[in-house]
Ligand binder design. Sequence first.
Ligand code: FUB
Length: 505
Amino acid sequence: MYNKILRYALMLWIACLPTVSILSQNPIICDRYTPDPAPYVHGDTLYLFVDHDEEQLENGYYTMKDWLLYSTVDMVNWTYRGTPLTSATFSKWAKQDNDCWASQCIERNGKWYWYVTATIKGEAYPGIGVAVADSPAGPYRDPIGKPLVKGWFKIDPSVFIDDDGQAYLFYGNNMLWYAKLTKSMTAITGGEKEVTTKDETAFGPYKGYDDNGNPKTNFEEASWIYKRGNKYYLEYAAGGVPEHWAYSSADNITGPWTYQGKIMGEAPNSFTIHGGSVEYKGHHYMFYHNGNLPGGGGFHRSTCIEEFTPNQDGTIPYIPFTSEGVAQLQTVNPYERQEAETINQCSGVTCEGDYNQCYVTNISKDDYIKVRGVDFGETGTQTFSIRVRATQRCALTLRIGSKTGTIKGKVNVQPTNGEWQDFECNLSSPIKNICDIFFTFLGNGSSMMDFDSWQFNEISTEIGQTSQDAIPTESKIYDLSGRKMDNLQIQRGVYIVNGKKVVVK
Ligand code: FUB
């Protein structure tokens, strides 16, 4: 695996030698705070269900009004897939406009079941609800109109379907419960069972004693249940506040659990840690949150990822925090339409929309969007198009390697009357091989355009033959260095005419 990473890093270095940016990946989402990550692998895609810490805090405490979805196929460019759930989804029983706490989503028989923590309306204690949809991005509905379970400390659901088809929900803060779910996934069957957390063999050394001399459990919250091989694993936040990440394992889902130790330390700039591990495309990833995004902290947390390799005996090694994060698994194909909201890094902009259409908005001058590891191939490209909706005359510039890198193309955008419209651009010279690309913006105002998608056109490898007279006057003609030409300038030689290489005789 490390060979592969080295080869990829070398390719990237050679391709964009003077302009490669420092590869800092953590936190992975930069246009808003994304705590309590719950990754889920489905087919070729890794979905990331997260909570959302609002910028403006109410009473200086957690302010969380909705739940968000992202996805990736390469682990470094993440696509915003909307805000599929808000407290309004659970309006029959949940307190509105806040307390949208930790969640996890799972697919079963083509339906998506998203389990969430919310506060019970008119009460101070929480409940766990479920929303159902036909696709991961929704639309979701609350099929039962009430919580599955409720009561003090019943937060942070983790859902798991065992090999025999039985689904389980684990949840709890300081205390831990599990319950079987019915096949419909929308009801508890057989009642809930408590797992005693005041057991040092199961959950690790006590973190001291309370004033009455009772031991304080090491198990804090954020359970993450799964199976690898024949073992069940329960990862969780431990050690009180500030929390670290630890795990226990068992031969049966019902226990007994055996404490296995600390996996991660206390997350930088955050007194909580929450996440879980998944296997994706042959790699093991640990998701967690920290407070390292600008403006971040205990109530402004953001998803991060580290790769790890389980030990031969299945145990999980200690995983250090990095700002570099994880390596890119595959390059981006610029010759397929790509969503503008597929982002590696960005500044200033935000993503909006829902399952019908997401896009980048709040775009102003000097904002940027970075897409990492785009493979233009050996033949390269000479033209690209963008789909935007603009309120005024403005421009998008395409740069290579960094947000201040060489400008390769500038698209002048006219107001579009609220309609989405395609604008084409000729590059100043061809782009080839693997590069990081940056979209930057020119114009006035704070929201000059919405950006939906982009696509490059590959220079055709077919080499045609023609004579100068046979080239139509309205053709787009470039010499091989990318200089724009008109018909009259053409002499004998090789040119790119309307995206195709042509030998002019
Ligand atoms: O995000 C709110 C709460 O903070 C979660 O439910 C806990 O696990 C902690 O991360």
